[in-house]
Design a protein. Structure first.
Length: 226
């Protein structure tokens, strides 16, 4: 069997594909090689996209807000929290909370709107049964619950407790969060399909910090009604 033809160039010598001497057959072989190369490239691109989807699916967060009513060592406790029900961590970048469609920038404003709380004197929130979870923005791990505020029913706060529990029906949330691969969504923390967004932008109505300013809050008007 004769050796295939060799082409010598500045880059060195390399073998060329053997030609049959028939132009149609040689053209068909060359075309088949090009088609095989294009198919291989398409398969590689498709495989890469599938891998990207798998990575995105395995890092997909899903935030929801909810409430709970349970008991602690002091008595009945009501909590409002955000939970990550997805499979990947969520970076919560924006959060707006509305009570009766009015944005409230902290739980003090919420308690003033829903529960008759006034800023008059300094009080001790833990003594009144309050517990705040602090700043909710940041990374929320899969399966993690981020408590926003919790109130334990005590002898001195039954009316405040009932008003806060009732206020949950008038609450609406607007959140923007991203996954670790940079995909972002806007959600009311209720829908099963949040709206994709290119990025999360800050809002003037965003919460500054949950529980901020409790030392300036007074529940005396409520306690005096008991």
């Amino acid at each position: 069997m004769s050796e295939p033809p060799v082409n010598v160039s500045a880059e060195g010598a390399h073998a060329e594909p053997r030609k049959t001497g028939h132009r149609v057959i040689d053209f068909s072989i060359a075309l088949s090689a090009i088609l095989i190369s294009l198919i291989s490239l398409s398969v590689a691109i498709h495989h890469g996209r599938v891998q990207e989807r798998l990575v995105a699916a395995n890092s997909w967060p899903f935030l929801v807000w909810n409430t709970s009513l349970d008991r602690d060592e002091r008595g009945q406790r009501f909590s409002i929290y955000i939970a990550n029900s997805g499979v990947g961590p969520a970076l919560l970048k924006g959060l707006v909370v509305r009570y009766r469609n009015k944005p409230v920038r902290g739980w003090i404003e919420l308690l003033q709107e829903c529960c008759g709380v006034e800023r008059t004197t300094r009080v001790d929130p833990p003594a009144l049964g309050f517990f705040t979870g602090g700043q909710p923005k940041g990374v929320i791990a899969p399966g993690e619950n981020r408590t926003l505020i919790s109130l334990t029913r005590l002898e001195q706060n039954p009316q405040l407790f009932e008003r806060l529990v009732a206020a949950r029906l008038e609450l609406k949330f607007e959140a923007c969060y991203c996954s670790i691969v940079g995909e972002c969504w806007e959600s009311d923390l209720r829908r099963l399909e949040p709206t994709p967004r290119e990025e999360c932008k800050a809002s003037d109505d965003d919460y500054l910090e949950f529980g901020a300013g409790f030392d300036e809050m007074s529940v005396l008007p409520i306690l005096q009604q008991q």
